[in-house]
Design a protein around this ligand. Structure first.
Ligand code: AMP
Ligand code: MG
Length: 484
């Protein structure tokens, strides 16, 4: 049996035992590899050809444990839509941490690999559609320059699973800087000992911010670092119109990566109230709510750290509040810088924020497509009559051009800035659905083409144009689903 390059360490399994359950995946009938991320494999130090061997395909389906892996289901808790629950990997297993040729430590996780002690009423399985959906969207996010878990492979199991209808089962192999969540800290704070919580905090710091792991104020600095990363991350989501859809505290990674691609989708027409998830009827996780929800989740995280911040609870709360108070301004700073780039604005003028907000207001009023508006402005190709033909836009454009005229940067430089900030292609909902429908019939061509286009979102080449178009004809509101 040849090793394709697995080089596992299992440091998480050296934490106190309450943090996980050691167990193997449940074997499946007939594993078949349907997609493999070769560039990612290579960066992990894995040989793509060897990963297509029968043994490796068996490993991607959970029928074989790769050399050196010690599979565990991770325990965690979380606030789901505001309500606190015990959760944990109900259909996932961490195989271990691949140490890459560059010395990085990357979690390798199987998702859909069978039930665990944390499955509650779930079957531990996943359907092919949602696993391919995670593959497509997480890889698109990576190409957009947004920190994210990634997708290495999807294998079908040869076993149907029961949802509303019977669906083909599949296992996704995903990579992450780690799978430690706000909910992991909530689990430790709620049910662990003081030592458990400290062990988790020390471990996580060592893994994600080793530079501060020995500071005197390390736990406060850790909190500040996590806040800083979320402020930057959520600003990036807003700037491309990404709607996570289920920002429960168990779906917020301490590493600052986007995690858990369930009901997520990209906004089409600009509207801060946009919600795609079928179960988010209150709009808790609407596009415009993502920044404040990030703050809410971080407050839950800060609460778990209180015993580590200071022996005196009142002092601890003061320290936590001080750190949390910076979140909103950090977020706004990232957002404003990003929006300036989207409009080609160099330097800072006091009126910039108003200028940006005014454009968004017009876009909202006419229902302009978020991505295509910025693409059109970048290309100076004003093709949306409802927006670009309006008197309001003409007035706004005059102010924008005047602002551009006042800056040192040349027109070409400004356009370059816009091209680097405004993706020409995003995973459009109808394109994702079309690819998944074909995949459900065993045809992976549409998905492969889509993945290839999404890997170069800033290329602005002619071949991509068909992926920029909105769906023809009236479409029903797009709906996405949890627990798929
Ligand atoms: P999510 O909505 O994906 O964040 O999942 C919330 C919780 O439900 C996590 O603990 C998951 O592991 C668990 N879960 C989701 N789907 C299943 C399933 N099919 N079987 C068992 N557990 C599941
Ligand atoms: Mg989750």
């Amino acid at each position: 049996m040849t090793n394709p390059g697995w080089n596992f360490d299992n440091s998480y399994a050296r934490l106190p035992e309450s943090f996980y359950t050691k167990m193997n995946p449940t074997p499946v009938r007939s594993p078949k590899l349907i997609v493999l991320n070769e560039p990612l494999a290579q960066s992990l130090g894995l040989d793509a050809e060897a990963l297509r061997s029968e043994d490796s395909v068996a490993a991607f389906a959970g029928n074989r444990i790769p050399e050196g892996a010690e599979p565990i289901a991770q325990a965690y808790a979380g606030h789901q839509f505001g309500y606190f629950n015990m959760l944990g990997d109900g259909r996932a297993l961490l195989l271990g941490e691949q140490i890459t040729p560059r010395g990085e430590r990357v979690d390798i996780q199987l998702k859909g690999s069978g039930p665990t002690p944390y499955s509650r009423r779930g079957d531990g399985r996943a359907a092919i559609g949602p696993m391919l959906r995670e593959y497509i969207i997480s890889e698109a996010m990576h190409a957009l320059g947004i920190p994210t878990t990634r997708s290495l492979a999807v294998a079908t199991t040869g076993q149907p699973i029961q949802r509303e209808v019977e669906l083909p089962g599949a296992v996704l192999t995903r990579t992450a800087a780690s799978h430690i969540r706000v909910g992991t800290f909530q689990y430790a704070a709620q049910w662990g000992s003081a030592e458990d919580l400290r062990a988790l905090a020390d471990y996580t710091m060592q893994r994600h911010c080793p530079g501060i792991a020995h500071d005197d104020d390390r736990y406060l600095n850790f909190l500040r670092e996590v806040i800083k990363r979320q402020a930057a991350l959520i600003a990036k989501w807003q700037l491309v119109g990404f709607i996570h859809g289920v920002m429960n505290t168990d779906n917020m990674a301490i590493s600052g990566e986007t995690i858990d691609y369930g009901p997520c989708a990209f906004m089409d027409a600009y509207d801060p109230a946009t919600v795609f998830s079928s179960i988010d009827s209150q709009g808790r996780y609407a596009y415009g709510n993502q920044p404040p929800i990030g703050g809410w989740n971080l407050a839950r995280f800060a609460e778990t750290l209180l015993p580590l911040l200071h022996d005196d609870e009142e002092q601890a709360i003061k320290l936590a509040e001080g750190a949390l108070a910076d979140y909103a301004s950090q977020y706004s700073r990232h957002w404003l810088a990003g929006m300036r780039a989207k409009l080609g604005l160099v330097g800072e003028e006091e009126q910039d924020q108003t200028l940006i907000e005014n454009l968004l207001e017009i876009m909202e009023r006419v229902g302009a497509d978020f991505t295509n508006t910025f693409r059109a402005l970048t290309l100076n190709k004003q093709d949306d009559e409802a927006l670009f033909g309006s008197a309001e836009f003409a007035e706004w454009e005059e102010r924008w051009k005047a602002r551009l005229g006042r800056q040192q940067a040349s027109q070409a430089e400004s356009q370059q800035l816009m091209r680097a900030a405004n993706p020409a292609v995003i995973p459009r909902n109808h394109r994702v659905e079309e690819a998944l429908e074909a995949a459900n019939r065993g045809d992976y061509g549409a998905m492969e083409r889509l993945v290839a286009v999404l890997a170069r979102p800033f290329a602005y080449d002619a071949a991509q144009e068909q992926y920029c178009a909105l769906p023809a004809g009236a479409t029903r509101p797009y709906r996405t689903y949890c627990g798929t």
